[in-house]
Design a protein around this ligand. Structure first.
Ligand code: B12
Ligand code: SF4
Ligand code: SF4
Length: 357
């Protein structure tokens, strides 16, 4: 008979695998099922149809793994607390911090599988199910229950010392791990910075209307982007970090932070992309440039759509020669893209509006 695994052994194993945060909680039904269903009913998921599927698993994560008893939740830091908000260089489009290094799905999953293998070797009868992002579970709620942080008004999980620039992943297991996580209190208080700073007014306290969120619009939304959001996108080519940049829990701290290090895989390889370059990309160029990064989620047409909008915002806010001519030329060239009518219509519309301005 194998000895029982303890919460402390899990924490040590996770630390050994380089996770900045780790915690254990019992698997239980979501306390937020009603809010989730209301969010869907109001259409806040936009065109992310997958969020409306498997709602019973989301509300009861035990359905993902028969006889699941516990969840081991981990956090991988991808950006340290720092002074932020440097905008994009003129002519460039910004990439959200989470997508600047290697694809977190792969980086996290590999180490979660190593954790499952190690635990499986010690407890041969036990079953495990690792998840990162894509499984139908509400990761933030489970991570909060495992003591990794509190859910902020911007809906992100925030750790009192690390801030919110970390990924989440987890393992459901049939192992019974005695646990006593200390829940982190909500430190948002009367602050409303994220709500006030969101350029598309997507945030109401503790809820994001994804259909208005720049992250959704630039990464998930495959249809044309409603022109009401074009200017608000500013220079965001892929994702958006504004509601995290303004959060006081992500600003630098004088004292040494003794937990969690940035995982090396997330060392940023690029923080922005050249707009004219993206507009000239072929499918092969896109694949080559973005290999190994989470940015492959967006199709070439989506990236070029985003680049057209950011280019037009750059022209609108005023930029000098020769950049001005280069951007205008790239948008004009896109109007002749007969193979992609949605892109050429967008380019023509942007030029028309620029001429009017
Ligand atoms: C769909 C999705 C999105 C959508 C919708 C975002 C959203 N806020 O729901 C879009 C595309 C917009 C998005 C954007 C981003 N995402 Co995202 N996303 C997801 C995904 C796949 C599902 C989230 C989901 O189910 N949303 C539906 C809503 C209704 O669920 P919810 O907000 O969790 O719902 C809870 C709250 O409403 C809460 N609630 C309701 N009322 C109240 C009241 C109080 C007082 C409290 C405390 C809570 C509360 O209860 C609900 C159930 O728990 C998760 C991974 C996962 N499987 O969980 C990643 C995830 C949330 N995303 C992540 C990241 C990094 C981002 C971005 C920062 C990326 C970027 N820079 O562009 C942005 C942040 C935007 C933002 N402010 O949320 C990380 C967040 C890590 C963290 N530290 O929190 C996750 C966990 C992925 C991961 N594995 O690391 N994302
Ligand atoms: S990611 Fe940007 S657009 Fe989305 S809720 Fe946060 S600030 Fe608003
Ligand atoms: S900006 Fe303020 S309200 Fe928003 S999540 Fe951070 S602390 Fe909470």
């Amino acid at each position: 008979m194998n000895a029982r695994v303890t919460e402390q052994q899990i924490a040590e194993a996770c630390r050994g695998l380089g996770f900045a945060l780790a915690g254990v909680c019992d698997v239980r039904p979501s306390a937020r099922g009603a809010e989730y269903r209301e969010w869907l009913r109001a259409g806040r998921h936009g065109l992310m149809a997958y969020l409306a599927r498997n709602t019973s698993i989301r509300e009861n994560p035990a359905e993902l793994l028969p006889d699941a008893r516990c969840a081991i939740m981990v956090g991988d830091l991808y950006h340290e607390r720092s002074e932020s908000r440097p905008g994009a260089e003129p002519g460039k489009g910004l990439i959200a911090r989470y997508a600047r290094g290697r694809d977190y799905h792969k980086v996290l999953k590999k180490r979660l599988h190593a954790l499952c293998d190690a635990l499986g070797a010690q407890h041969p009868g036990a079953a495990f199910r690792a998840f990162v992002d894509t499984a139908p579970v509400m990761e933030r709620e489970i991570a909060q229950l495992a003591g990794l942080g509190w859910i902020g008004k911007n809906t992100l999980l925030i750790h009192p010392r690390l801030g919110s620039f970390f990924f989440l992943g987890g393992v459901l297991t049939t192992l019974d791990i005695p646990n006593n996580p200390s829940l982190v209190a909500d430190h948002c208080g009367t602050c409303t910075r994220c709500i006030d700073a969101c350029p598309t007014q997507a945030i109401s306290p503790y809820s994001v209307d994804a259909s208005r969120c720049i992250s959704y619009l630039t990464i998930e939304h495959r249809a044309p982007i409603d022109p009401v959001f074009h200017e608000a996108m500013g220079s965001w080519l892929y994702g958006c970090d504004i509601c995290q940049e303004v959060c006081p829990h992500n600003s630098p701290r004088a004292e040494h932070i003794d937990v969690g290090r940035l995982h090396e895989a997330y060392a940023p390889t690029r923080r922005e992309l050249d707009l004219v370059e993206v507009l000239n990309w072929t499918e092969e160029d896109r694949r080559g440039a973005l290999a190994g990064s989470a940015m492959t989620r967006a199709t070439l047409e989506m990236l070029q759509r985003n680049a057209l909008i950011v280019a037009s915002n750059t022209l609108r806010s005023g930029c000098v020669e020769p950049l001005r001519s280069k951007l205008l030329e790239a948008i004009t060239r896109a109007t002749r893209d007969e193979a992609r009518p949605a892109l050429s219509a967008l380019a023509a519309e942007l030029l028309r509006r620029l001429a009017e301005a």
